[in-house]
Design a protein around this ligand. Structure first.
Ligand code: PLP
Length: 393
């Protein structure tokens, strides 16, 4: 302990990891644990992409690449961004990283000085606050709730801005809530952002997982926003490629150049064959992406109806991603627990279902369930949760 730097001592231990560790231990002891914590598609990477990686390895694509990514992948990302958001970028405005997570990490290292504030809407993806703190920045939390569908509003944003505010993070579709900002909502936020001369970190990693009438819009497409938005995206969720570790940042050339310099001294470059796979992911036919989206959309309908039928649980219907974000306070109280954290622990220990407590996302009364698991298993898990509540009530 005395050997550790302050930097790592201040990291918040992940509640997700604690639950995962306990679930693993239970599994190892022979229990039939159903994990609803997964943050990744349950599909394997499409065959065409795997084939491209194998081919690349055989062709000698096994050497260092440029730090910010190969020309082929940068061009594929430029094409993809043009196709999907009608935005035109140059190679100097693209940086490929070892996953979107690493793109975000490098971005905060590149733009934050000590004390710079970054506005983070709550509930948030667990890594944002830690990454901001690791860059000596200060996370400024803005709580949201059902009344705005867990979305930041211009009023909430305005109230959180100070002289030290440098950036605001938007994640649409959102992990954990699955909510998506409409163009009108983004436009209203953009007015505040421009007035205060802020940067937007637009995490678009769930862009391809959008259901029903909802539509994905990038805030970078709105007037005056391109020059103040850094888009973060990648192949992890869209192409079932979490293990390949390819993500990227696109935006302001100066920021991208600084990020690339930083990466050149840490990772050197993302894995060469994974980059070749990502080229195929973006340039090849996208039917597999759509097939996975439709599968998630179908599961959502069934799982959502089942979830909200459980006593003590309320949940807004998500519009994207593959999570359900439910208020479980009442369910916890009914089962005899005064915190959702403790309830989650008991549900795991007694009903053998692993849920992620909302405390990890900044909201103690909620839980996050992933439905990126075989439908039958998700439904069985929900049966067990209901059973647990009614048995204890
Ligand atoms: N951003 C959000 C909101 C996520 O949920 C995740 C993964 O869970 C990431 C970024 C990181 O994705 P990657 O696997 O590309 O690092």
């Amino acid at each position: 302990e005395h050997l550790l730097a302050q930097r790592v001592k201040q990291l918040t231990p992940s509640t997700t990891l604690a639950i995962t560790a306990k679930a693993k231990a239970l599994k190892a002891s022979g229990q039939d644990v159903i994990g609803l914590g997964a943050g990744e598609p349950d599909f394997n990477t499409p065959e065409r992409i795997i084939e491209a990686a194998c081919q690349a390895a055989r062709d000698g694509d096994t050497k260092y690449t440029p730090s910010g990514g190969t020309v082929e992948l940068k061009d594929a990302i430029i094409e993809k961004t043009k196709r999907d958001s009608n935005l035109t970028f140059t190679r100097a405005e693209v940086m490929v990283a070892s996953g979107a997570k690493h793109a975000l990490y490098t971005l905060f290292q590149a733009i934050l000085d000590e004390g710079d504030e970054v506005i983070i809407p709550v509930p948030y993806w667990v890594s944002y606050p830690e990454q901001v703190k690791l860059a000596d920045g200060v996370p400024v939390y803005v709580d949201t709730n059902e009344s705005t569908m867990f979305k930041l509003t211009p009023e909430l944003l305005e109230a959180a801005i100070t002289e030290r505010t440098k950036a605001v993070i938007l994640n649409s579709p959102s992990n954990p809530t699955g909510m998506i900002y409409t163009e009108a909502e983004l436009s209203a936020l953009a007015d505040v952002i421009k007035r205060h001369d802020l940067l937007v970190v637009s995490d678009e990693i769930y862009e391809k997982l959008v259901y029903g009438d909802a539509e994905f819009v990038s805030i970078a497409t709105l007037p005056g926003m391109l020059e103040r938005t850094i888009i973060i995206n990648g192949v992890s969720k869209s192409h079932a490629m979490t293990g390949w570790r390819i993500g990227y940042a696109v935006g302001d050339k100066t920021i991208i150049e600084a990020m690339t310099n930083l990466a050149s001294h840490s990772t050197s470059n993302p894995t060469s064959i994974a980059q070749a796979a990502a080229v195929e992911a973006y340039n090849g036919p996208q039917d597999d992406v759509e097939m996975m989206r439709v599968s998630f959309a179908e599961r959502l309908e069934i799982v959502y109806e089942r979830l909200i039928a459980i006593p003590g649980i309320t949940c807004l219907k998500p519009q994207g991603a593959f999570y359900l974000y439910a208020n479980a306070k009442e369910a916890a109280l009914m089962s005899g627990y005064d915190s959702v954290d403790a309830w989650c622990e008991a549900v795991l220990g007694e009903a053998f279902v692993a849920l992620v407590p909302g405390s990890g996302f900044g909201q103690d009364d909620y839980v996050r369930l992933s439905y990126a698991t075989e439908l039958k298993r998700v439904l069985e898990a929900l049966d067990r949760v209901e059973d647990f509540i009614t048995r204890k009530a």
